[in-house]
Ligand binder design. Sequence first.
Ligand code: SAM
Ligand code: DTB
Ligand code: SF4
Length: 337
Amino acid sequence: MDTVTNNAPATSVADTVRRQMWSVEQIAALFDLPFNDLIHRAHEVHRQNFDPNAVQLSTLLSIKTGGCAEDCGYCPQAARYHTTVDNEDMLGVDAVVAAARAAKDNGATRFCMGAAWRGPKQRDLTRVIDMVKAVRGLGMETCATLGMLKPGQAEQLKSAGLDYYNHNLDTAPEFYGNIISTRTQEDRLDTLAEVRNAGLHVCCGGIVGMGETRRVRAGLIAELANLDPYPESVPINNLVQVEGTPLHGIAKLDLFEFVRTIACARITMPKAMVRLSAGRQEMPEGIQALCFLAGANSIFYGDKLLTTGNPEAARDRDLMDRLGMYPLVPAGVKREE
Ligand code: SAM
Ligand code: DTB
Ligand code: SF4
């Protein structure tokens, strides 16, 4: 795979974006456009803001798997659901560094560490900080998703060299209570404010395919786009249905609707990295190509997400080659010659 270096200035959305408010109606009207019109419009926005053939590669690692006290209805790691995911101990720093090195050797530029917590206790955070320092030392961008943060915790992560914090809104406010009861969207917004105020880049998106209406999908995109500023990185997940979770067995989303969601994210958050996230393993390559056309420019890369599967890295490299796409190397990331 050839690579391309992103020579754009290393500014964040926070530095560069003038605020534009979006109503749910405006976004619902985008969703309602004929497919070709919507994709054309999204692709134009994409081309104005990015190299349309470059894709950013992030590898995920679950550093603390299972046994979570929360009740997110989509999640195989919630202790209260009977899935095949066991409650495991937190990984040691050496195991995390070995996984990050392997991800880097495979071509990933960002390493994202996820933990099945409501939020980190201070002794957990201290260990995560050691992991962040070690992964940053490899010359990779770092991301963590550890749940809700208390005041001061985001600053500690920032000081350790963390680049991004992932915390999703998951779905629109009116549908949220159908999916999660142990934390509110207000709680999530509080954590996002902690992250933003600490100077970390915000990675925030949601999940579709949870039985929501198109209006709810438009509401999620509106809520994300109206964050001030909107997130630097927006993961759009298609629900991975896991046996034992409450959402297992519900009707699957029409994948053209998934592509529409990506397009609406691109139009409303023109400078954000839009990540085609969970659900790619069940997504035909043609649909993934449509997602790239509609403005997705980032993927999770590597055989596993947190606990579920993802396309094999070699398959993704092959797909990118066939599409004439190449990995984006962010300014500041070191690559071996
Ligand atoms: N425990 C932390 C939290 O919830 O904030 C961090 C890890 S949690 C697994 C990160 C995100 O993964 C969730 O907010 C959700 O958007 C996504 N996710 C979890 N299970 C999923 C599934 N089955 N399908 C799609 N996305 C999922
Ligand atoms: C995000 O929005 N999607 C990723 C990442 N952020 C942490 C997680 C997807 C998890 C899919 C289910 C699993 O593998 O457990
Ligand atoms: Fe726990 Fe996060 Fe899963 Fe919710 S999404 S059950 S907080 S691991």
